[in-house]
Ligand binder design. Structure first.
Ligand SMILES: [Zn+2]
Length: 408
């Protein structure tokens, strides 16, 4: 990977870029880390910049969303005369998803269809049209390694696998048809000449054991298994991402186990960790790798979409990173994160439990908030969402936007 020197260079130019980008931050969200290998202190042209001009540098943008947590109220709202339509739920956020080269989402709940009964908490299952809406929105990678994977038993898991196999353009993570396909199928997406490897794990399945004869069915957190799978995939990709379903629900602070696992993932030279499950946002941090590189860990992106009722649970985040491949003097080429950004989002639903929709917080209005069901029990302002967002993502010395609270 050879990411060492690039990261050091990036750290040096970070304050300059941060100043230049204040306006951009105000417009697009909260900047947590921005670094570019072609920026210089005095405008001097670096070797990397020359390469960029010569078109030798390649990069891609990746966006990741948190928990798509489909409660029964959302299913009822999506019911139309002719079936279910979840596409309107994502219409406002769709441009963000479509504009990325690769988009990831954590599908928290099953989409096994009507045969298994539609239900919300505590044993979730929804229509397959949820998956169709995610495809329509532009997602490319869908995680099912969640604590709800076994909510309807193993047959429902196979139903979900069947559904995604009919969508060959989508990479589904976390569920496996058999032991052979789990060990032999290597999840790698190649885009813009960069090979992105993907793995996903969940801490468990709410106490529901995996079938004794199918221990491969759902990818569970197990360091021995993870070490083997990560080390094998590391050799087949330029950039390795691990999706982690972990942490304590409704806690903004990562727990001890999350930190232990983050260190473990860094030791295995993972580049990026996308965390989810707490239903609220948690900070982003960098962890040092033994090869001198860094592992960027988004501990929790919060809810992407849900019918939860508290302010912190309707606030979520999209993480957006630019991954750049820079040919060096000799192989291996450097493939590193050159920009990272976090964008606040909000789930809206009306007082009458209708109109479920995800919005970028930048496009959300006080009028919409007044009609939000949470306004029935508690007067809140858009500023409160920005304040919470800044508080969580401004930890650990990472830069954030000072303009964030002016959106109200
Ligand atoms: Zn979960």
């Amino acid at each position: 990977m050879g990411a060492v020197s690039t990261y050091r260079k990036l750290a040096a130019v970070l304050p300059i870029i941060k100043n230049k980008m204040r306006k951009f931050v105000f417009l697009t969200g909260l900047l947590i880390l921005l670094a570019s290998s072609c920026a210089t202190r005095n405008g001097a042209v670096t070797k990397t910049e020359k390469q960029l001009r010569q078109g030798k540098q390649t990069s891609l943008s990746l966006i990741a969303a948190g928990d798509n947590l489909i409660h029964i109220e959302i299913i009822k709202d999506a019911k139309k005369e002719t079936g279910y339509d979840f596409k309107p739920c994502y219409s406002e956020i769709k441009p963000y998803i479509k504009n990325a080269d690769i988009a990831f989402i954590n599908q928290e709940t099953l989409i096994a269809g009507e045969t298994y009964g539609f239900s919300g908490y505590p044993l979730f299952n929804g229509p397959k049209e949820i998956g169709e809406a995610l495809v329509d929105a532009g997602f490319d990678v869908v995680n099912h390694a969640t604590n709800h994977a076994m909510d309807k038993g193993e047959r429902a898991v196979f139903e979900v696998i069947d559904f995604w196999e009919k969508q060959p353009q989508i990479l589904m993570l976390g569920l496996h048809r058999d032991a052979q396909s789990r060990s032999e199928t290597k999840s790698v997406i190649q885009k813009n000449n960069i090979r992105i490897g993907w793995l996903a794990y969940t801490y468990g399945a709410n106490g529901i054991p995996l079938p004794k004869d199918k221990p491969y069915l759902v990818s569970l957190i197990d360091e021995a298994v993870m070490a083997k799978e990560i080390d094998e995939l590391r050799l087949l990709c330029d950039f390795l991402i691990v999706s982690m379903h972990w942490g304590d629900e409704y806690e903004h602070t990562p727990n001890k186990r999350q930190r232990e696992l983050a260190v473990f993932l860094a030791q295995h030279k993972v580049d990026l960790v996308i965390g989810h499950h707490p239903h609220v946002i948690q900070p982003v941090e960098e962890f040092a790798r033994p090869d001198g590189g860094k592992t960027l860990v988004f501990f929790s992106l919060g809810n992407f979409f849900s019918s939860q009722k508290e302010t912190p649970t309707i606030l979520g985040a999209l993480s957006r990173v630019t991954i750049t491949k820079t040919p060096d003097k000799a192989p291996p080429e450097q493939v590193v994160i050159t920009e990272a950004e976090i964008i606040p989002i909000i789930t809206h639903y009306d007082i009458d439990n209708i109109g479920y929709k995800v919005y970028p917080l930048a496009g959300y209005t006080p009028e919409l908030l007044d009609s939000h069901k949470i306004s029935l029990s508690k007067k809140t302002t858009i500023t409160e969402f920005y304040t919470l967002f800044s508080k969580v993502f401004n930890q650990n010395g990472l830069p954030s936007s000072s303009n964030a609270s002016k959106k109200d």
